[in-house]
Design a protein around this ligand. Sequence first.
Ligand SMILES: Cc1cc2nc3c(=O)[nH]c(=O)nc-3n(C[C@H](O)[C@H](O)[C@H](O)COP(=O)(O)OP(=O)(O)OC[C@H]3O[C@@H](n4cnc5c(N)ncnc54)[C@H](O)[C@@H]3O)c2cc1C
Length: 318
Amino acid sequence: MADVILIGEVNDGKLRRVTHEILGELVRQGVDPIVVIPGNGLAPSLAEELGKHGASKVVYLEHDGLKQYSTEGYANALHGYLGSKQISAIVTGATAQGKDFLPRLAAKLGVGMAGDCTELKASGGSFTVRRPVYAGKCSKAVEFVKGPAVFSIRPNVLQMETGKAKMASVEKAAANPGTIRAKIVEVHASGGKKVELTEADNIISGGRPLKEKFNILFECAETIGAAVGASRAACDEGFAAADMQVGQTGKTVSPKLYIACGISGAIQHLAGMRTAKVIVAVNKSADAPIFGVADYGLVADLFEVVPLLTQEFKALKS
Ligand SMILES: Cc1cc2nc3c(=O)[nH]c(=O)nc-3n(C[C@H](O)[C@H](O)[C@H](O)COP(=O)(O)OP(=O)(O)OC[C@H]3O[C@@H](n4cnc5c(N)ncnc54)[C@H](O)[C@@H]3O)c2cc1C
């Protein structure tokens, strides 16, 4: 029987949450995937953790050239390892990394791919996925005409819990990353203890009117352990860092709670956050399009509302 491959992602020695989310969903649907993690000197605890989430087999695809992520290195190594195997599907998270190497891997395999999917259905060895189109205004179901099915899943849209812990077997396979023509020579981390936007359960985002006062959002976010996001206008004008941008040309997020403060709700912004479970909008204008997707709306001045929210969250916490 053909295998299902889940490509695991490790960041700073830790598995990304989306790997567990996909694993949980596959297991729930009766699929027993092989989790393949490219890297070097990968810790045994990663496989133990995956076992706790229901994985029965983990493959460490190792080579010195995979110590640091590179598009070509990952695509070449995975293609070399998977190319000759009987595989029905290859899936990974629609993270910056997944979005980067998966299309190249699919091209090497000579198949199409579906990116940034929000649902998957496994049935009798074949897969159907659903992905947002037209900046999130519609979604479409995708079937794969030619196997293997290659797709990525948006972080935070699937449940993580499985409740079926196993002792995962670990296999170390030698990988060949081939010739890597473009390498990352330096990484500048954005610093601090910021919660990663794409993995956050709660996000408070600000728009252009915040100007130099994004600190009020950070103060509020800190009280509930939320991440802070921003509209493109706020980023372009230098009020917020570029890695905070949510939207079509920024990050796609699916938190449990998204509080949009002074964000108009342009279609390009909605493309990145409309799958949030609960959306709260604070905007001075009752006509702002953000209210069209909001579950709760406050027609109010954010400079009055945000400090009150901070106060209330603090009171609730204590
Ligand atoms: C190709 C392309 C890609 C794009 N990609 C993105 C993207 O990824 N992400 C993104 O966000 N945008 C993106 N945009 C830009 C997008 O079209 C909008 O211009 C942008 O989202 C607007 O940002 P904003 O809502 O912060 O600002 P504005 O449009 O200026 O809206 C500010 C809002 O704040 C309200 N407001 C003003 N003062 C207050 C106050 N004191 N209290 C409460 N409310 C107040 C106003 O009523 C208004 O609704 C893209 C555009 C293009 C063309």
